[in-house]
Write a protein that binds this ligand. Sequence first.
Ligand SMILES: NC(=O)c1ccc[n+]([C@@H]2O[C@H](COP(=O)([O-])OP(=O)(O)OC[C@H]3O[C@@H](n4cnc5c(N)ncnc54)[C@H](OP(=O)(O)O)[C@@H]3O)[C@@H](O)[C@H]2O)c1
Length: 309
Amino acid sequence: MLSLHVNQCQAMKNANLLHTYKLFFKGRLQLMKKTILITGCSSGIGYCVAKALHKQGYRVFATARRAESVEMLLIEGLESFQLNLMDSNSINFAFEEVMRRTNGELYALFNNGAFGLPGAVEDLHRDALRAQFETNVFGWQELTNLAIPVMRRQGYGRIIQNSSVLGFVSLPFRGAYNASKYAIEGLSDTLRLELRGSNIYVSLIEPGPISSQFRINAVKALEKYIDVNNSFHRDKYQGVLTRLNKAGPAVPFTLPPEAVLKRVIHALEAPRPQPRYYVTFPTYLFGILKRILSTRVLDVLLAKSGNNN
Ligand SMILES: NC(=O)c1ccc[n+]([C@@H]2O[C@H](COP(=O)([O-])OP(=O)(O)OC[C@H]3O[C@@H](n4cnc5c(N)ncnc54)[C@H](OP(=O)(O)O)[C@@H]3O)[C@@H](O)[C@H]2O)c1
């Protein structure tokens, strides 16, 4: 009888201990959940997501390419330092800085910083394509490959990739950008398979038109990389520039960056985040059309919407 009582007491003690451990690890995870590294926070989606997550209690590393953007983010109370996706040294330095500040832990990476290089495919010389891929693809993957070992060691992590509707359908004069986002989709889909069972989740966000500095930055890229005057498409570039320079939303169904924020929060907080998040009506529409239409018929629609800008 006495031994039964002793056993019962021991069992209760063990259960209590287990409960305490569970709370401890849950608490630790809760703490880690607040750590996120974001690229491209000077404007648009990155800026919106960094500010909002910071406000919600996350520890946000809001990085930016330019020193003046970092200063602006610091003044606004965010933790910030430079991270230029074109530059491996800058990527390594920034990641080291995160590791130093968090004692080697990182809950989430939001790959976001990128630009669009408009231009007909036949006008894309090697340097132009290289610049587009250095920022939009190679920089993202280099950073991701730094984060994965840390996340594997911790036993959890979230990698969120800001792709685009143009990561699964193409439009005329967006070849370089299309190719860079298709590449991100390919890498992310493969990575998701390779990380199966690791408790590290990869999610793609696929926004359609979002109000940001994207078009202003695209004009700069076009001016830098495309020889408009010597192009067969010279006249068409006037239409492209008119669309890019248009004040306010250039196309219908444009949403504010908060629409992306909602999906980022789900990808961060859901126990099983989705592999893909559509944002905006055009993404849902083209997601369906891509599944049901033949390439030939889809081409007619895409050529029309692309040429109508
Ligand atoms: N806006 C849309 O309609 C839309 C739709 C689908 C997907 N997206 C994606 O959303 C993401 C954010 O774009 P956004 O719309 O917010 O445009 P945005 O306002 O132009 O923001 C782009 C950000 O990326 C940064 N960036 C550019 N080159 C960089 C580099 N080499 N290293 C580090 N950062 C760099 C920019 O910094 P600087 O200020 O220094 O140039 C800026 O902070 C991109 O991945 C974009 O492809 C946007």
